[in-house]
Design a protein. Structure first.
Length: 266
């Protein structure tokens, strides 16, 4: 598996799939997840373009240093991957914590992002709407299997779970060390891009499920209102993993937006 080494000496594993004349699409996974987060929908984009994923530091085959992580640092890891591939500009689609990384990427490295899609994510900081105490308690239950089922219920509707018994790719990297999980949690919790968002110049689409309790839906209009010219699309009935359960809606929506977002770089 190809990898690159960041300026601070961490190996970042990445994966390139598909072909196409359009700029590549960088897909950024959620907190404590590796590139397999996208396995269920990645092929939806390959008729038009190639896709690039990576294992966030702390996950998959990337390095796992026991030191502070941040969404800004994760964004710099993406830049290292793009540099290694010789990609000057790409489209970026980040969901959940990957959407927070995408905010940092578009704001701090505007010359590298042609168009931006932010899915089921949040600006972070004091302006964000946090999940309820009830949701937080459900995720730290000690009864065997209870916390996992609570997370499943936040990700997918009961009907989808009944029809799709797994394996589920969005419940975390099973090989991730406990210290790296904690580092990811802190990175997500400390994210605050509120002051950066008005500086994002890339055409932006904000997507969210109307029934998302893990990252409350109210965060979507906050992002769309804060980013100049951003478009907002809410998917009725969708929970946190809207991109997988509602792929028949979400993937064409994203592709259409990227197709019309602006000129393709030479």
């Amino acid at each position: 598996m190809p990898h690159t080494t960041t300026p601070d000496g961490v190996d970042i594993a990445y994966q390139v799939r598909g072909e196409g004349a359009a700029p590549p699409l960088v897909l950024l996974a959620g907190q404590a997840n590796n590139h397999h987060w996208w396995d269920g929908v990645r092929d939806d984009f390959h008729a038009a373009r190639s896709t690039i994923t990576l294992d966030h530091r702390g996950t998959g085959r990337s390095g796992k240093p026991d030191e502070p992580y941040s969404t800004e640092l994760f964004a710099r890891d993406v830049i290292a991957v793009l540099d290694d591939l010789g990609v000057d500009r790409a489209d970026v689609y980040g969901t959940s914590m990957g959407g927070r990384v995408a905010q940092q990427l578009a704001a701090r490295h505007p010359d590298r992002v042609r168009a931006l899609v932010l899915g089921c994510t949040s600006p972070g900081g004091p302006h964000a709407v946090e999940r309820t105490a009830e949701v937080r308690r459900s995720l730290i239950q000690t009864r065997p299997g209870a916390a996992r089922q609570a997370l499943l219920d936040l990700m997918y509707t009961p009907a989808w779970q009944a029809a799709n018994p797994g394996p589920y790719r969005t419940l975390g990297d099973p090989g991730m060390p406990a210290y790296a999980q904690r580092r990811h949690l802190v990175a997500g919790n400390q994210h605050d891009a509120w002051e950066l968002l008005p500086g994002i110049g890339a055409p932006t689409l904000v997507v969210h499920g109307t029934d998302d309790l893990l990252n409350p839906t109210t965060n979507a209009p906050l992002l769309a209102d804060r980013i100049p010219g951003a478009r907002l699309h809410l998917i009725p009935g969708a929970r946190h993993a809207y991109f997988e359960e509602f792929r028949a809606v979400a993937s064409p929506l994203v592709l259409d937006f990227l197709t019309t977002a602006g000129p393709t770089p030479p």
